[in-house]
Ligand binder design. Structure first.
Ligand code: 4AD
Ligand code: MG
Length: 482
């Protein structure tokens, strides 16, 4: 909407000058949708290619608003002609001109330049000269990736999906809450907290040989959050339905295509709900996001379908219509034991599922997404509700083809005595989580929630295969340079 209004503004203007380019231009995506032949308008962007042919130059200009660029035609009488012809790929320019029908194949309209402003040329060695670069190479120049088609499409889709997530929850009367990034609790209990401290780590104060955190900024050890769930639960015990959507940090030294040290998580928490309500919400949520990308990101999805994963649009469309299978962990183990394949990691009741198992279940057994429910309590976190069988908890993971787990969640243990016992058994201090236990003392109710890994969702909906390629500045072991 904003872009369209802005575009209309530029359609009205016939002022030619640098100041007009900076404040009053139309994005190429909105030009292609709304502008008419004969309109005079200004576009700004980066040169993708420049071809000179006997007094006429053809520039492909891209401004990141859409995969496709706009063809600019510039003829030699233009005073800037020679200077612009010397520009390299990657230069930033602004062009004022008239939109005309394109006589050539490849595009229906082009802009006939009447004035060109050069904002920034390029050094001789612009790294993005070729049409196709490997994702590995582009990762080594993460500061230039937004100029590449694939990354433009990924980051636009990421932006659109962020918006869709907020819209989904707002339509369902959820309250968006902000949980802390600096925290003293390790929600998942996996010891993957990045430390946050102002102590001089080269020479920290010590008592009896250990670091004395009482003189640290927060007077206790703190770290970056691995999940906003525990705080989310407290907020749900007053606001009924809440969600967080923010950065999450895990010092997990796993160099895989699906793990990042800094990733974004969406965590709804619903009061007066059990595991089945939780799975219903997760299923609705994923299907909503599938429909959203197909409707609102059609151009980028067509690009992914063509360049990244043939058949993607059909796959996402089918997903939006499907019923997600729900299977107990015990049955999943049976299926894996009967599988006519050899897994690298052992399969046995009581062991956690590895990615190869998760993918086998989703790809070969079900052929689509499935919830695995009711895992053994010993492989899950302390806060999950204990089932009557005494050996499982009301956990749920959503597993999808290619990616494996994209959602992890559970019904929460709302019974104080069960929770305290479980914490004791697991060696978790009830004193440091007294604020969490307090929520079980005064008007607690059955409640449940889950965490969706935002990057894994993007991988699933775009066909991109490496988590490093769906987040602008990936943080993985050994990599924090950009
Ligand atoms: O399964 P996880 O660890 O669940 C929790 O943190 C719960 N406290 C969430 C909740 O119930 N509110 O993580 C949730 C999801 C995973 O399913 C996965 O998609 C993603 O977060 N995730 C990661 N994504 C990228 N890199 C990592 N290192 C990730 N670890 C988890
Ligand atoms: Mg998990």
């Amino acid at each position: 909407m904003w872009q369209q209004e802005y575009g209309v503004l530029s359609l009205k203007t016939d002022v030619i000058g640098t100041e007009v380019y900076l404040s009053n231009y139309i994005k190429i995506a909105s030009l292609l949708q709304t502008a008419q032949i004969g309109n005079n308008l200004t576009v700004n962007g980066w040169i993708r290619s420049l071809r000179v042919n006997k007094g006429v130059a053809f520039i492909s200009l891209n401004d990141g608003s859409t995969v496709g660029g706009l063809q600019i035609v510039m003829e030699s009488p233009l005073p800037e002609y020679d200077e612009v012809c010397r520009l390299g790929t990657g230069s930033a320019i602004g062009v004022y001109g008239e939109l005309v029908e394109s006589p050539a194949a490849g595009q229906s309209v082009e802009l006939r330049a009447e004035k060109i402003t050069i904002y920034g040329g390029v050094d001789g060695n612009y790294p993005l000269q070729k049409k196709h670069h490997s994702f590995e190479f582009l990762r080594s120049i993460a500061h230039l990736r937004p100029r590449a088609n694939t990354f433009g499409a990924v980051f636009r889709t990421r932006s659109a999906l962020s918006f869709a997530i907020h819209r989904f929850f707002r339509e369902r009367e959820f309250v968006y809450v902000h949980t802390p990034i600096i925290t003293a609790n390790d929600c998942e209990g996996a010891g993957e907290l990045f430390r946050v401290t102002t102590l001089d780590m080269a020479d920290p104060p010590r008592v009896q040989g250990s670091v004395d955190y009482s003189s640290d900024f927060f007077s206790q050890p703190t770290g970056l959050t691995v999940s906003g769930q525990l705080e989310g639960e407290l907020l749900a015990m007053g606001l009924s339905s809440v969600y967080t959507f923010g950065p999450t940090f895990r010092a997990e030294n796993s160099n895989t295509s699906r793990h990042a040290a800094e990733f974004w998580m969406v965590e709804p928490e619903i009061a007066f709900a059990d595991l089945s309500d939780n799975a219903d919400l997760a299923e609705d949520f994923i299907k909503y996001l599938c429909r959203f990308v197909l409707d609102e990101c059609a151009g980028d999805m067509a690009f992914f379908d063509k360049q990244i994963e043939p058949g993607l649009i059909q796959r996402v469309g089918t997903l939006a219509q499907s019923n997600f299978v729900r299977m107990d962990y015990s049955e999943a183990i049976d299926r894996l034991l009967k599988a006519p394949v050899t897994f690298k990691y052992p399969v046995e009741w009581g062991l956690d599922l590895q990615t190869e198992h998760e993918r086998y279940l989703a790809e070969q057994v079900v052929g689509g997404p499935l919830f695995v429910l009711n895992y053994p309590k010993d492989i899950k976190a302390f806060y999950m509700r204990q089932n009557d069988d005494g050996r499982t908890v009301a956990a749920m993971d959503l597993l999808v083809p290619k990616v494996g787990e994209i959602i992890g969640g559970s019904q929460r243990e709302e019974r104080l005595d069960y929770l305290e016992n479980r914490m004791d058994q697991m060696g978790i201090s009830t004193r440091s989580l007294s604020w969490y236990l307090d929520s079980r003392r005064w008007g607690c109710c059955p409640h449940a929630g889950f965490g969706l890994g935002f990057e894994r969702l993007i991988m699933y909906l775009t066909g991109m295969e490496n988590i490093r390629d769906v987040i602008p500045f990936p943080r993985t072991p050994g990599h924090a340079e950009f």
